[in-house]
Design a protein around this ligand. Structure first.
Ligand code: TYM
Length: 325
């Protein structure tokens, strides 16, 4: 079984990225072959600062390693350093219906958000993502809920290619965490936690204790008193309970019992303390890694070589089947 997943180097990682994706990757790297990628070519489809991109890539690499990615146990590399991703994107584009791209939720949302920046790259984003996944003959793709539709499209593209030109690709399956596939904003619990949204609604993986405490205590909740899981009626408290459960390893029911009769303030204080303690090792490891830039570069260079061997072999197969060699 081979696993592939990616993350964009756009700003700081938050606990939604961690609980939705990275936490699963860390578990999977112990069990099976894993390929993890910093997808810089996806990051340039929305407005960005070219002069900051390299620093962001380095930051994300350090963040992954600090959160527990083990370069001895997985392949870890930067997307644009393996040219086969863009070449396969072009080839897959020739069998992807335009209508499939136009109906993607993320395309519609991002086009609305960046009206002045609706470019063909943004539309083709899911083809590049399909190329990322299919190049490695991936079986499983661990992601958060918002990426499920893109993985479905990658499956459709794989099926269509195999049928049209002959069997090359596997049909990848999405892996969503049982809970935590969509961590919500602390300020707007009906919207997903996002690095580009209100920073007060988002807990960074490396936030300092004071920031964590401030954000959790200010998290939006309902006017009731009971600490009960009910995403429809109590979206704020339910989101906090999900976060509590995932960081503590305790079930939601157990937490409801633990906080029975207690107020929101007690619950929030306890959650802030749990997060501060749980994220402390990440902060420490990150500080260490910030001093070891050469080591981080070497990891990515080694990852690039290993990824390229697999990617070249798949692309060769594809070109042969398409009559290009
Ligand atoms: P990106 O960079 O937006 O997010 C990285 C991962 O974090 C998950 N995630 C969340 N999970 C739970 N709750 C949230 N609030 C939350 N916010 C983000 C995302 O689902 C994702 O798993 N297109 C992808 C990157 C990508 C990729 C790939 C992923 C490119 N190629 C191939 C898998 C396979 C993206 O923009 O993720």
């Amino acid at each position: 079984m081979r696993v592939f997943s990616g993350i964009r180097p756009t700003g700081e990682l938050h606990i939604g990225n961690y609980l939705g994706a990275i936490k699963q990757w860390i578990e999977l790297q112990e069990k099976t072959e894993c390929v993890f990628c910093i997808v810089d070519l996806h990051a340039v489809t929305t407005p960005y600062e070219p002069e900051n991109l390299q620093a962001n890539i380095k930051d994300v690499a350090i963040a992954y390693l600090a959160a527990g990615l083990n370069p001895e146990k997985c392949i870890f590399f930067v997307q644009s350093e393996v040219k086969e991703h863009t070449e396969l994107t072009w080839l897959l584009g020739t069998i992807t219906p335009l209508g499939d791209l136009q109906r993607m939720t993320q395309f519609k949302e991002k086009s609305k958000k960046h009206k002045e920046y609706v470019n063909a790259g943004l539309l083709n984003y899911p083809i590049l993502m399909a190329a990322d996944i299919l190049l490695y003959k991936t079986d499983l793709v661990p992601v958060g809920k918002d990426q499920e539709q893109h993985v479905e499209l990658a499956r459709t593209i794989a099926r269509k290619f195999n049928k049209t030109f002959g069997e090359v690709f596997k049909e990848p399956k999405v892996v969503l965490p049982k809970i935590g596939a969509k961590i919500m904003s602390l300020q707007k619990p009906a919207k997903k936690m996002s690095k580009t949204d209100d920073p007060r609604g988002c807990i960074g993986l490396f936030d300092e204790p004071e920031e964590i405490e401030k954000k959790i205590l200010a998290a939006v909740t309902d006017t009731g008193r009971a600490i009960r899981y009910n995403p429809k009626l109590k979206p704020g408290i339910s989101n906090l309970l999900t976060i509590y459960s995932l960081f503590s390893g305790k079930g939601i029911k157990e937490l409801e019992r633990k906080f029975k009769g207690k107020g929101y303030a007690d619950f929030k204080k306890s959650l802030a303390e749990l997060l501060i303690n749980s994220l402390e090792p990440f902060r420490r490891k990150r500080k260490e890694l910030l001093q070891r830039e050469v080591y981080v570069k070497e990891i990515l260079a080694k990852g690039q070589k290993r990824a390229q061997i697999i990617a070249q072999s798949t692309l060769q197969d594809v070109k042969k089947k398409m009559g290009l060699t």
